[in-house]
Design a protein around this ligand. Structure first.
Ligand SMILES: [Fe+2]
Ligand SMILES: [Fe+2]
Length: 289
C-alpha cells in the first residue's frame, strides 16, 4: 500500500445510490441558482458534460483496476464506478429538463461536443494519460463539491427542486475523490504527467463550460443585459476564486486528495440527502447496507 493511502479517512464508505430525481419544467425555474442566469447556466453547462464525462472517468479507471490486489480498494473502485454511473443517470434527467425548458438544440450540441472531445482524447492519448486526466478532473469536481458543501448559503440559494441533485452529487464526489488519484499513483505516479494532464483537462473543461454558459446566456438575450451579466459574473468569479488555493494545491509534489480531510461535510449532509431518495430506490440502499 502506498503511503498516500494512509491519509484516507478510515470510516469512508463509497456506495452508489440511485436517487430517482424527477424534474419537471413546471417546478424548476429557469434561473434556479440564486435567481442568477450566469450561475445557473454555468452549472447547466457542467451538467451537460457529466453523462459522457463521468462515463469517461469510469472507462479510464476500469482499464487499470485489475492491477489492484487489495480487496477494500477493489470495493472502493466498484463504488466509484457505481456512483459515477448514477450521476450520469440523474444528470441525464436534469439535462432532459433543460431541453424541455427550450434549450433542446443547445443541449444536443453540448452533449455532442462532449462526446466528440472525449472520443478524440481516447483515440490520441495513452490509457495512463487518460487516467491522469481523470484524476485531475476528479480533483476539479472535488473542489467544486467542497465549495458547494462548505457554503450552505449557496445551497440555500439553489431552488429546492434541484438542490438535492447538487448536494447529493457533491457528497459523492467528496467520498470518492481519491479513487482515481490512488489508482494513477499505482499505475504511474509520474508527477509531470499528472500535472500536464491536469492542466490540459482544466483547460478543456474551462473552455467547454465558458462556451456553453455563454451560449445559454445568448439564447436568453442576456448579451443585451450587461448589468445582469456583471452581477452574475462577479458571483461566479468569487465562487471560483475561493477554489483557487485548492486548485493550485494539486500542483504540489506529494499532493493527496485527502490532505484536505473534509469528510465531516459528508456526515453533515448525508442524512438530508438520504431523506430525499425516491421510495422505489430505498430498498436498494437497504440491501447495500
Ligand atoms: Fe460524478
Ligand atoms: Fe467523480
Amino acid at each position: 500500500m502506498k503511503a498516500s493511502r494512509k491519509r484516507q479517512p478510515a470510516n469512508l464508505s463509497i456506495k452508489p445510490q440511485r436517487m430517482g430525481f424527477d424534474f419537471s419544467p413546471q417546478s424548476v425555474p429557469r434561473y434556479w441558482a440564486d435567481n442568477d442566469p450566469v450561475l445557473s447556466h454555468f452549472l447547466n453547462a457542467l451538467s451537460l458534460s457529466f453523462p459522457d464525462g463521468e462515463q469517461f472517468f469510469v472507462d479510464s479507471v476500469r482499464h487499470f483496476r485489475d492491477i489492484v490486489q487489495d480487496e477494500k480498494r477493489q470495493k472502493e473502485i466498484s463504488g466509484f464506478i457505481g456512483q459515477e454511473a448514477m450521476h450520469s443517470l440523474e444528470h441525464r434527467s436534469f439535462n432532459d429538463l433543460l431541453a424541455l425548458q427550450g434549450y433542446e438544440a443547445l443541449t444536443a450540441k453540448a452533449t455532442g461536443v462532449a462526446k466528440h472531445l472525449i472520443r478524440m482524447g481516447q483515440r490520441n492519448y495513452s490509457p495512463r494519460t487518460l487516467l491522469a486526466m481523470t484524476a485531475g478532473l476528479e480533483h476539479i469536481t472535488a473542489i467544486l463539491a467542497n465549495a458547494i458543501l462548505k457554503n450552505p448559503e449557496l445551497l440555500e440559494k439553489m431552488d429546492e427542486s434541484v438542490r438535492m441533485l447538487w448536494m447529493w452529487h457533491a457528497i459523492e464526489e467528496t467520498e470518492h475523490k481519491a479513487v482515481a488519484f490512488d489508482l494513477y499513483e499505482d499505475v504511474s505516479g509520474d508527477y509531470l504527467m499528472r500535472v500536464r494532464a491536469f492542466l490540459s483537462g482544466s483547460l478543456g473543461l474551462g473552455i467547454y463550460a465558458s462556451v456553453f454558459t455563454w451560449r445559454f446566456l445568448k439564447q436568453d438575450g442576456m448579451h443585451r443585459k450587461p448589468w445582469k451579466l456583471l452581477r452574475g459574473g462577479l458571483t461566479l468569479g468569487k465562487l471560483l476564486a475561493r477554489t483557487a488555493p485548492d486548485y493550485l494545491d494539486y500542483l504540489r509534489p506529494g499532493f493527496h486528495p485527502w490532505d484536505d480531510d473534509n469528510s465531516e461535510l459528508i456526515a453533515r449532509y448525508k442524512a438530508i440527502v438520504e431523506a430525499t431518495i425516491a421510495p422505489q430506490y430505498r430498498k436498494v440502499e437497504l440491501k447495500a447496507a
